[in-house]
Design a protein around this ligand. Sequence first.
Ligand code: AMP
Length: 542
Amino acid sequence: MLRGLNMDRQLLISGLIDYAGRNHSSTEVVATDSTGTLHRTNWTNIRWRALQLSTALKRHGIQQGDRVATIAWNDHRHLELYYGITGIGSVLHTVNPRLREQQISWIINHAEDQMVFIDPDFLPLAEAVASETPSVHTWVILTNELPETSLENAIAYEDMIDRSDAVEEWPLLDEWSAATLCYTSGTTGNPKGVMQSHRSIVLQTWATCTGDGHDVNSSQSILLAVPMFHVNGWAIPFAAAMAGSKLVLPGPDLSPEALVRHINTENVTFSAGVPTIWLSVVQYLKETDTDIPSLNRLAVGGSAAPRSLMDTLEDDYGVFVSHVWGMTEMTQGSAGRFTHRIQGLSREEQRRRQAMAGRELYGVELRLVDGDGEEVERDGVTPGELLARGPWVAASYFELDDESTHTSSPDGPWLRTGDVATMDDEGYISIVDRAKDVIKSGGEWISSIELENAAVGAPGVLEAAAVGLPHQRWGERPLLLVLLEAGKPLNTTEILESIRPHVASWWLPDEVVAVDEIPHTGTGKIDKKVLRDQFAGFEWPK
Ligand code: AMP
């Protein structure tokens, strides 16, 4: 082999914060902490405090490869942890506080976390799990002063870093060293740990910054409405440093009032988050007759975004929605920018593409296979199981021996995503369902996602969930659960008539039930398992 004559420089996360620190001392990071206090800082300060944090971590015995956990909201301290922990080669383990206590202690034990950094509102949680998590030698509370607590080995974050000089520079790590650990939501079975390397994070961050990714660039003011504990905040905390964007971190308050206030006071141009957040923002904007003139682009994903949401955002508020698909195992796998050809098509055709879950993004190869593992044609209609591979796709899970998570295809292993999808010849994917949520009626598949998306377009329907329940004749039939606007009575005929033009007639739900609440998982997806349990005794009308 004739080698290329390039410099041997490793792709490291520390390179991102060094770049931002050097060039963006006047680019703001605006954070609201868990007490509601607003902090205005900048990338140079974030880098400096991350360097101080690294020294403090070393003083507490943290070494390369050690896992250090965070249970925290989106604020400047969490951002410092992203860089201070990974900068010295220890592994940033972001824990989802919305999981059950037992799951949290299971995850901390599985990861063998040595230190855990928590926002003060999670003190009761830490106190409850401390005796069951012996690997943790220090709990660091993300405050100025240590609050009253029964934790024996607790310290305050500001005390911890105040007493530290900054490490002079970050060590030169191998780019393959582990950088982050994030567990999948695991609605069934135990959560699985996805461990990303420095190389993988830098590469996926680059993809995120591209025009076809999230188009993150230095002219943006970005509101991070994705929790930093969900898939590393979709890589945006890294991308904002790579690009030198202004970053707005909202803390625990993700209410529509708070998000709209941040958008308007910080001139936010781009934001990202799950559909439920934006559904509530749109409702709030309508109720209060408020506008969001600075916002021009949104990345929506994590679960299917209803077309009516995208239409309203664009038609009424001038916000273009890029519909993205991804998962903890790879972060972003698709994105929704229109190609040159699609830009020339009618608005209706463009919107049809927009309602799909984005296009294959360079770096994550996608493939569909049937039940025998044979490749399915990319014809836009034939469904198959979605497989993925690429330099930032998980090759296996942390300390888990399970061959069923990947294929053993002749051209090497592919990750089995567990999603059933169709794909067209331009790489547009449509997620039919999670394999376990698809409704099997008379041997054919009904997409619960398509039913839900159509139902959300019906008058007065705020949110909808479709689940397959056992049916004597058909095996399973769809039951539709709807959350209605306050005071709106249930009108089943009106809802079914709104759905009818969008789906095959035999897909129409057999029954519609109004509910007071639709349950969500810790990462904002509709919790179908809870709903199936809740309606296990449901009887179809005769
Ligand atoms: P998580 O690892 O928690 O982010 O979950 C990943 C899963 O979320 C995927 O496998 C999909 O089932 C679902 N998902 C993500 N984005 C979308 C989308 N745009 N449309 C439908 N489902 C999605």
